[in-house]
Design a protein around this ligand. Structure first.
Ligand code: GLV
Length: 315
């Protein structure tokens, strides 16, 4: 029987199916270190890992028994997929099933930051609210403004559709390759053009080497002083210190973040900023979506076990 390591307790129906087919072990203790990843690659035929598990190049340097990694998550920047391919391991991910949930979190952050919902919540809970205030906690109007999407993939397009159809927003975007979108949207010539044209900038690129610190101090300098910055992709895409600097000096109006450079570490300087809404990487966190992600990861492993090409293979 194929030996499968699942690195987190996934939805019970998916786990039940996995246990009916394979000899399943569930890793306890949270994020896997490189040494734990290497040991797992030597011990199991297949692994179902997730974000935070360190399948770096070093993890693939020793003895390898594993032939299949079915990642739980669309982003796989925690797995060196080229190193995996070199030692004959197929890697798959879970696209599409989390697009809507992640786009919804982008809108949650956009609205909460623009309308100062975090500050308002803290005020009510602390007892500091003195009643309806004509000039209190005035936010930024959202309807009719301009959205700038950095990375117009599936999630970027779902965010654009919500903003265009729901909030009558104009959409501009930056994408590495030319992209034709269903929603009316204008692809601008450079990242900086999008940063400066948009009232709300939303980062929706994949992580990884090609996008590391794509949004740097120069990119932030291009933003409007009234601009609001949202990141739902990966923390590493943004120079976090540069972001904190422009927020502290009020060069931009606010930020809504679901992801951080060194998760779960969130810098104290960021936490001290009232102009930020900070979420704990909730993009795909609905019960339905997490079950669908688990199912897709498992379905890829089942395909591999039956000698078929994993449908969501990425390497
Ligand atoms: C979550 O961030 C994912 O990549 O699925």
């Amino acid at each position: 029987m194929l030996k499968l390591l699942i690195t987190r307790p996934i939805a019970q129906p998916v786990l039940d199916q996995a246990e009916s087919l394979f000899d399943v072990t569930i890793h306890s203790g949270g994020n896997m270190t490189v040494a734990q990843a290497a040991a797992a690659l030597a011990e199991y035929d297949a692994i179902l890992p997730t974000l935070g598990d360190a399948f770096t190049a070093d993890a693939f340097a020793g003895d390898i028994r594993c032939k299949m990694i079915g990642n739980f998550g669309v982003g796989y920047n925690h797995i060196d997929v080229e190193a995996a391919a070199r030692v004959g391991i197929a890697v798959s991910n879970t696209p599409d099933v989390l697009t809507d949930a992640t786009a919804d979190i982008a809108l949650t952050l956009l609205l909460a930051t623009a309308r100062r919902a975090g500050e308002g919540e803290r005020m009510v809970r602390s007892g500091a609210w003195g009643g309806f205030d004509v000039k209190g906690l005035l936010g930024t109007h959202v309807t009719g403004k301009t959205l700038g999407v950095i990375g117009m993939g599936r999630i970027g397009q779902a965010i654009a559709a919500r903003c265009h159809c729901g909030f009558n927003m104009d959409v501009v975007f930056h994408n590495r390759s030319p992209k034709v979108t269903d929603v009316p949207a204008t692809q601008l010539g450079s990242l900086h053009e999008v940063m400066s044209a948009a009232d709300f900038v939303v980062v929706a690129t994949p992580g990884g080497a090609g996008t590391t610190k794509l949004i740097d101090a120069a990119a932030f300098a291009a933003m409007k002083p009234s601009g609001i910055f949202i990141n739902i992709s990966r923390g590493e895409v943004v120079d976090e210190v540069a972001l904190i600097d422009v927020l502290e000096s009020r060069q931009i109006a606010g930020a809504g973040l679901d992801v951080y450079e060194k998760e779960p570490h969130v810098p104290d300087r960021l936490k001290a900023l009232e102009s930020c809404v900070l979420l704990p990487h909730l993009g795909s966190a609905t019960a339905e979506t997490r079950q669908a992600m688990g199912q897709m990861a498992l379905d890829n492993i089942i395909a591999f076990s039956e000698g078929r090409e994993p449908p969501q293979k990425v390497n």
